[in-house]
Design a protein around this ligand. Sequence first.
Ligand code: LLP
Length: 437
Amino acid sequence: MELPGTLRINERGQLELGGIEVTALAAVFGTPLYLYDEALIRDNCRKFCQAFRVKEGWSQVLYAGKAFLTTAMCRIVHSEGLGLDVVSGGEIYTAIEAGFPASKIYFHGNNKTYEEICLALEAGVGHFVVDNFMELETLSRLSAERGKKTPVLLRITPGIEAHTHRYIQTGQEGSKFGFPLAQALAAARRAKELPGIEYRGLHCHLGSQIMEINPYQQTLSLLMDLARAIKGNTGLVTQQLNLGGGFGIRYTPEDRPPSPALWGETLLACLEEESRKNKLPRPLLLVEPGRAIIGPAGHTAYRVGTIKEVPGGRKYVAVDGGMADNIRPALYQAKYMAVLANKAALPPSEEVTIVGKCCETGDVLIENIALPPVEPGDILVVLNTGAYSYSMASNYNRLPRPAGVLVNQGRAFLILKREDYKDLLRQDLIPPHLALK
Ligand code: LLP
């Protein structure tokens, strides 16, 4: 199996990340433990920036914070020159507290609240990606009240379907996101009329974990047609074209995503061609990878507990986490690979099913995986869990959320403290009539 980034099996037959044995990390920081490979995060950022020719002024790469956002992560993506895509007041707050420049933030969302819009305007968030007419009106009013003209992109539902799980498709017609294509011209006209709004361009997002470039090319071409229509109709120039995120990664050997280089080369060629065809100046291309930056750069280490065989021959290996720290298998039937960190060089000898400790039959992390002989106390590492694990984690069953460590060149830094039982009670209150007598 191919190991991403700095993961490798060392001469002692042990799995290591960033030059440190994972069993040592588990001993120091406990389990379950989110592990983040700083070198690979940076490498992924660089690959996207290179592929999309950011330095040459063709594009801007925005990291989609929903995949995994902490203050340390904000620092890393900022130092690599990326902008940031955020979708909530909480993400804006995280970025600002981390010192991320507000001007490089794009604020998305289909239901930005009044408070969130105010927070973003006050913080000086650079662009709003406007989802609907109501938002356009509210944003105009709140910007104008502050004497501002806010740069906006209009989010369009292109009506193009990409093959991925139904729950993570967003570009199809009838989606809850964006202006339907048929209303796009009206939206641009309204954006032109409104005082607090400055039209900058168009946005769309097809879905996530997408493996084919073709839907993106179709979308690009459709949005350039729209840009031409907008120019003809309103005189507004589309300076930015944002194709969203969704670039797939390799969770299992069957997944064969295009490389960042191929995405970049193909889409920039398409952009050039479409600009020429439509006789429009070439807009700045924006892309918003989340998963492709952080997914393969994160892994989760668990300790094996109960092992049992049930009639029918299935062998369950239970670990000390599960759907509370990674909901993706339960929610999307997502598939993962795993390695026993302390037996990484041993050949597989048995098929087991990895389950979590939550009170839910669906709490299965990996169904049928071949592993070396598993024993209680082994450290099992589920690979490529960097995206949408911590960011979707919960305290289901009152499980404290795991710690996260950033590993690089033989050093490990805690970037997420492990929650403890006290943290679980932090928000609890007892009304007077329930006071102990
Ligand atoms: N831009 C927009 C507007 C988005 O809605 C998303 C993801 C992204 C960028 C980043 O997409 P990525 O490059 O990470 O695929 N929880 C699901 C994924 C939901 C994605 C939602 N939007 C999962 O765990 O698969």
